[in-house]
Design a protein around this ligand. Structure first.
Ligand SMILES: Nc1ncnc2c1ncn2[C@@H]1O[C@H](COP(=O)(O)OP(=O)(O)OP(=O)(O)O)[C@@H](O)[C@H]1O
Length: 318
């Protein structure tokens, strides 16, 4: 169900509660299982998923198609109930209206009427919330200045995405879910929205985003949670994820033989590329130290982390 439908059908009624101390998670899924359909024939979308979101952090939920990302967001939005396990948002069950005043969402399928002006959509959404964000703030954060009097239907794809982003901000939420927020945007527009998302985090908001653009997770997220088949595969900062999933690449010119390099602790691969030797290792520093000790002529040393894309493929290949 699109966010717009949530907002139109069940406008929230209660006022914002006190902010929760910063070390406490503000949203959690604990050992959550979600099965669609019957126990025998249905599909298991989440299989004991545990996730916690803390104030002010940007978390990227990554996973291949069908991993369970949208299901996790729908559970946190209270749109569906878990089959087992617990979901909590601001200390309450997210299916209770009380949490909705503090939550905003931009979902993949959002249908809003093309016949209203941008400003009219913003006014409508703001009217659902007790403490909405002032219009100038919304226009500034979502970079909508100058197009607020245009009909939604007359906007470009990227501008429509920014309006949907703006609608997710209308209630001045503390927790924002962005499901594939930059899909269909060109790289310049995408970078613009990244900057806007960073502004939200700087204001102390928590952002959970899903994305298929790994560059986006790398550029934006404080923490990445990789899920596959409804389970957490790996969790950490972008650089931790890259480091832990196959190691770093050491490139150099060395007289050491491939056989010697392969025998070193933590080396997972050795390749010869013209004059250069490329060694992949999970503990690159130890390997470099050992190589320098054994080869005084070693030169042209470079150490690189794998791209997040390589790490992601390695993590989710099974
Ligand atoms: N309403 C539904 N009824 C039945 N099965 C569903 C339903 N929604 C999702 N599923 C199944 O649950 C699993 C997880 O789906 P989900 O949409 O959460 O994955 P996702 O990681 O968001 O995928 P994508 O990246 O393709 O959007 C998939 O196998 C999917 O087919």
């Amino acid at each position: 169900m699109p966010l717009t439908a949530i907002a139109y059908e069940t406008p929230p009624h209660s006022s914002n509660g006190p902010r929760i101390a910063s070390k406490q998670p503000i949203a959690t899924l604990t050992s959550v299982t979600k099965r669609y359909g019957s126990a025998l024939a249905g599909s298991l979308a989440l299989d004991g998923l545990t996730v916690a979101l803390h104030p002010g952090e940007i978390v990227a939920l990554l996973g291949p198609n069908g991993a369970g990302k949208s299901t996790a967001i729908k559970l946190l939005l209270g749109l569906i109930a878990p089959t087992s396990g617990t979901t909590r948002v601001f200390g309450s069950d997210p299916r209770q209206a009380i949490t909705r005043t503090r939550v905003g969402a931009m979902l993949q399928v959002s249908r809003i009427t093309e016949m209203l002006k941008v400003r009219e959509h913003l006014d409508l959404f703001r009217s659902y919330y007790p403490n909405p964000l002032p219009i100038p703030d919304i226009l500034r954060i979502a970079q909508l200045q100058g197009i607020e009097e245009r009909l939604f239907g007359q906007l470009s794809g990227g501008q429509k995405q920014r309006v949907l982003f703006a609608l997710a901000l209308c209630g001045n939420p503390d927790l924002i879910f962005l499901d594939e927020p930059t899909v269909g945007m060109d790289i310049e527009a995408r970078r613009g929205l990244w900057a806007e998302i960073r502004v939200l985090a700087a204001l102390g908001k928590t952002v959970l985003l899903t994305t298929h653009y790994l560059e986006e997770a790398d550029a934006l997220a404080d923490r990445i949670i990789v899920i596959n088949k409804g389970r957490v595969i790996c969790e950490g900062t972008p650089s931790e994820i890259k480091r832990n999933s196959g190691g770093r690449r050491i490139r150099c010119n060395t007289s050491l033989s491939v056989a010697v390099l392969q025998s070193l602790d933590s080396v997972t691969n050795v390749e010869q590329n013209g004059e250069a030797t490329i060694v992949t290792a999970t503990h690159a520093e130890n390997v470099v130290r050992e190589m320098l000790r054994r080869d005084e002529t070693l030169s042209g040393l470079e150490i690189a982390s794998p791209a997040l894309e390589d790490a992601f493929l390695a993590l989710t290949k099974n």
